[in-house]
Write a protein that binds this ligand. Structure first.
Ligand SMILES: [Zn+2]
Length: 332
């Protein structure tokens, strides 16, 4: 029974293969011109064993094909070892990363330089130096997360930064002698969670310090950014507001991108969307950084990046940005 033995041996080996390469080797070993099947058949009586030879050959052929299908999911009979490999899909940048790169590009055109300051910082830089002493009611707006670590004798407790404004005094201390055109861009943290707020979010802070800086410089900068971000026709406006570290202070609105200012659900029929805060740097902040009072003027502004991205890409739930759902992320 040499042909039956050969067939059983071949089928057993084929069933144990784990790659197309192994299958190709078995095909040559058994069915090749100098393969085992021909070797065995050579020694047999061609007339009596002719039919069994064909059956054995067919059985091995179909076992090879079937195994190939199991391994690759295709019916290809030949595995081309010289074909170039296929790269796995690599994806693309997250919409927030894309927004950050775009914001940086826009402000670099105006001469701003991106810096990075700590996201875990001393109370001093986050609040005190910005004219918000401990127990000041202005702090209530910032739902602060404190770090359970020993306080610094001068700089106070450590906190997760509630805004990128901690970069203001740090940058002034670093530069010492203006001009300053800073873009501090990073993550911020507050105790909050709903469809438009997450505990961790992204913000950027612009700071300009020089001689003779006034509100029109601020307004021009905001207008430029709005047009670059939302399109050439977008209008912006500033409304009086109050922040401890700017005087005067403003809230910044941009024309609603959804309704062309006709009024819609997103802008609550106002025609304007609130974008962020801004103002002229309070002289108290210059003093915190060791500058002489009234020697310099400056303006500062802070915007939420997640909100800017949501409005630009028409995303209605901020949690989609951190959900990790590929069906959502692939759209950008
Ligand atoms: Zn609208």
């Amino acid at each position: 029974m040499p042909l039956l033995n050969l067939k059983n041996q071949a089928l057993a080996l084929i069933s144990q293969t784990v790659s197309g390469q192994e299958l190709a080797q078995l095909r040559i070993a058994f069915l090749g011109r100098k393969g085992q099947l021909n070797q065995v058949f050579k020694k047999l009586d061609k007339v009596n064993y002719g039919r069994q030879f064909n059956e054995t050959k067919q059985a091995i052929e179909s076992a090879l094909t079937e195994r190939q299908t199991q391994l690759t999911g295709t019916t290809a009979e030949w595995f081309d070892l010289t074909a170039p490999g296929q790269l796995p899909p690599l994806g693309h940048l997250h919409p927030i990363s894309q927004a950050i790169a775009e914001i940086q590009r826009i402000f670099e055109h105006l001469g701003f330089t991106r810096v990075r300051y700590p996201e875990v910082d001393w109370d001093h830089y986050v609040f005190e130096a910005l004219n918000m002493p401990a127990d000041h009611p202005a702090r209530d707006e910032w739902e602060t997360i404190f770090i359970d670590a020993p306080a610094h004798p001068k700089l106070g407790q450590m906190v997760l930064t509630t805004h990128t404004s901690n970069g203001q005094v740090r940058e002034m201390e670093r530069v010492k002698k203006p001009p300053i055109r800073m873009l501090n861009l990073g993550k911020c943290y507050r105790r909050q969670q709903d469809p438009t707020h997450t505990i961790m979010f992204h913000q950027f802070e612009g700071l300009v310090v020089d001689k003779g800086i006034s509100i029109p410089h601020l307004k021009g900068t905001l207008d430029y950014f709005g047009r670059q971000w939302f399109g050439p026709k977008i209008k912006s406006r500033i409304r009086p507001f109050h922040f401890q570290f700017t005087e005067p202070s403003f809230e910044v609105d941009m024309a609603c991108v959804f309704c062309d200012q006709k009024g819609c659900r997103v802008c609550k029929n106002a025609g304007w969307l609130e974008m962020g805060g801004a103002g002229m740097v309070n002289q108290f902040v210059f003093e915190s950084a060791g500058y002489v009072r009234n020697e310099w003027q400056g303006f500062a502004f802070g915007f939420g990046i997640d909100r800017l991205a949501m409005l630009k890409y028409h995303i209605n739930d901020i949690r989609l940005l951190t959900g990790g759902d590929m069906r959502f992320l692939k759209q950008f």
